[in-house]
Design a protein. Structure first.
Length: 282
């Protein structure tokens, strides 16, 4: 059983609560939507799921119905008691009051290296949170997250598209991303001013490139995305490095896929080392 719109309002009223704009709270009030998310997550008995921003438990209940073990994280101390009451009869749900942006993820997920993140993420933290989890929490092997539609498109964007940017390159380095559904604003309480989408991200083995250097070059390049690389990376990447990497210095950042960015990174590191061999990773 999942929450309807009247149930959401009853839960809020019973605890004298109101959605908090500072936390970006928009509660899902449509059983079909949360059931669809649970189905798209492809989880079941024996799987370990971490849900961020569990709120009043709409999605939590749908995930619990799959039989997976759920760790439901909620930062709002006013909402947490309501959430705990909602899932009190679900032994496969553990509620944790915590800020996902400040969690010790290694400690929380210790003992298992194959977690699935399923969440309706607040729009104001979705992108930095997902990027941090991709960088630092390899135990999360898959993600299915509901975010603002534009953010979802950036995660999954291909080169030479308007949505393609530094976030797209970071995501492609760590995994494969795909927009798997759209969610109308009408299913939320309160109704947001933006449309939402579901993006699925599955980890893969990253290229053998130094990620810190890679992402520094990517951020710098996309910081002036309309300029050619020889201008946006001037003073950082030597002019002959582009030839070694097999990349035109007149290309713009959005023209390079993750493999090309990795070649440029490797060539740049070779040049910095003074190796002089011109050899880069394939």
């Amino acid at each position: 059983m999942t929450h309807s719109r009247p149930t959401i309002r009853e839960l809020l009223d019973s605890a004298s609560l109101a959605p908090r704009r500072d936390l970006g709270q928009n509660f899902v009030a449509d059983p079909n939507t949360v059931r669809r998310i649970a189905e798209l997550a492809h989880v079941g008995a024996g799987d370990r799921v971490v849900e961020i921003g569990a709120g009043l438990g709409s999605l939590t209940l749908a995930l619990a119905d799959t039989g997976a073990d759920i760790t439901a994280i909620e930062v709002d101390r006013g909402v947490v008691p309501v959430l705990r009451n909602v899932v009190a009869d679900r032994p496969n749900v553990h509620v944790l009051e915590a800020d996902a942006m400040r969690l010790d993820w290694e400690q929380l997920l210790a003992g298992h290296d194959d977690w699935v993140l399923v969440a309706n993420l607040p729009y104001n933290v979705a992108t930095p949170l997902i990027c941090d989890l991709l960088d630092d929490v390899p135990a999360i092997s898959r993600m299915l997250v509901m975010v603002q539609r534009e953010a979802a498109e950036r995660f999954a964007a291909a080169p030479r598209t308007s949505a393609y940017g530094a976030v797209s390159v970071k995501t492609a380095y760590w995994g494969d991303a795909k927009v798997v559904g759209h969610v109308p604003a009408s299913v939320f309480v309160p109704r947001p001013n933006v449309e939402s989408a579901l993006v699925a991200i599955t980890r893969h083995d990253p290229p053998a490139t130094d990620p810190d250097t890679l992402f520094t070059l990517v951020r710098t390049g996309f910081g002036q995305r309309r300029k050619m690389l020889r201008r946006s990376l001037a003073g950082i990447v030597a002019s002959d490095t582009y030839d070694v990497a097999g990349i035109s210095p007149t290309a713009r950042p959005e023209e390079l896929d993750v493999e090309a960015w990795c070649r440029l990174t490797d060539a740049h590191l070779v040049a910095l080392s003074g190796d002089g061999s011109g050899t880069v990773s394939p």
